[in-house]
Design a protein around this ligand. Sequence first.
Ligand SMILES: [Ca+2]
Length: 549
Amino acid sequence: MKLRLNYLLLLMISSLLMIGCTNKHITKKKPNILFISIDDLRPEMSSYDNSIAVTPTLDKLSKQGTQFNRAYCQQAICSPSRASLMTGARPETINVIENYTYFRDENPDIITLPQHFKENGYTTINVGKVYHGKYNDPEKSWSMKPDKKLIKNTLKGLIGGYVNPKNQKIFKANKAAMIKKYGAEAKYGLGLGPAFECEDVADNRYLDGYNTDLAIANLKKMITESPDQPFFMGLGYISPHLNFVAPKKYWDLYDPEDIKLAENNTAPENGASMGLHASFELRVRSNIPNKGDIPDTLAHKLKHSYLATSSYVDAQIGKVLSFLKEEGVLDNTIVMVWSDHGFHLGEMGVWGKATNYEIATRVPLIVWSPFQNENNRGQASDALVELVDMYPTLCELADIPQPNHLEGQSFKALLDQPKLKWKEAVFSQFPTPALREWAANPLSKGMRETYFGPLIEEVEEGIKDQMKEEWDRALFENDIMGYSMRTKDYRIIIWKDRKNKDKAPLFVELYDHINDPKETKNIAEQKPELVAELTAQFEKGWKGNLPVQ
Ligand SMILES: [Ca+2]
């Protein structure tokens, strides 16, 4: 009897052990997520649009993963775009339509992307700019801060982002003068140094190189100390955002002779006067004229510097991916690379972001997953997708539930079927670009007095001429929103009073992407039926333009 009991006990223990083994086998470790943001990068990579950009890392990632050729941001400015994609909700839903509103103040209980992963068993860690500036949601989104003691501080002596003492001196003098004049207001972009810098220094003397070292050191620590713990790393690069600073070796990748200036350098024919700004963000830099044309030699230099900073970022991403590969961790890591919005480099006569047009709203977006169907790797997708779709996509890829508040659509299916019939339209928006700062807030007194008084007067005259009796200074600066919808063949921009959405639009723009991909001619007046059709489609909103399941 005793023997029999022992036998039964043994049987029970071995069954339990087997269940344990089986469970261990079934509960495979969740995939890590490497979520990489690049600030202000339009699809300026050689894998996109035949650019001359030297971006081997991102090109390779595109060839081995899925590149999205038609990905769009929700608003072409840092904080609204990032707050939207990180919360998975659209700019007006979270009430963030300019750079100075903190999404958490407006939405105390919203569950962000990293927060959701944290609540689903992930270690979430942030290095660099993923959210905008200080609106970083430290308590809720991230489970730990990166350990800065793991690496040497190679940023010592960097002032205003510059290595060169002459540039530092200009920056300090301009900043001090503006603070003296305008006090705290000066910190919002008044008093800056040169727009670019090229110095023969190591990668980590500038912020993005330093953050790369910091990311790798912290990844190493996490992988070593908790190999079974899945991580979500938000890794944010500030290049190629102004100022365009990068080590000389990245400038040397380009022969200036190969760099061409924008061809379409005038405003769209019959376009909205309120739709374009006077390149404020660039003009506050010390080596850029406050008004008038940007001379060709300077434009050339600016394009060179944008390319150099893009290559600099590409090289940093390469270091992180190589590290994960060497550690054997890449095989269980999903990589998503995105930019928060596009950028005009002289197109439409504008430098900067902050418009509703294709050049400012279209972004690079690449996903690489170790679990993708091998046959479909490297097949770019032309499906219309939005940055707000990244949150649900990552949930689906990691097999965790999607919170109910999300306003995007997972595009996981496109990784294996890139030609699948997808969204009918995607949506962006921007409040009156002509009369606001590049941060999308109304122009401050300092900006008006110091730089933009005459420019604004000129712009205002243009809007008055176009809008006639509809012109109302307060309405146009504060409450007009340009709602932009992109379909496969068209872009329509509907300019409305956002506080009276039922009222008829104040102005409509229509661009035909089959015949005019650079959006040089507004054809809304010639195509009233098409405008009516597209307006009806616009009224259905994002929910009415989702893929049919
Ligand atoms: Ca940005």
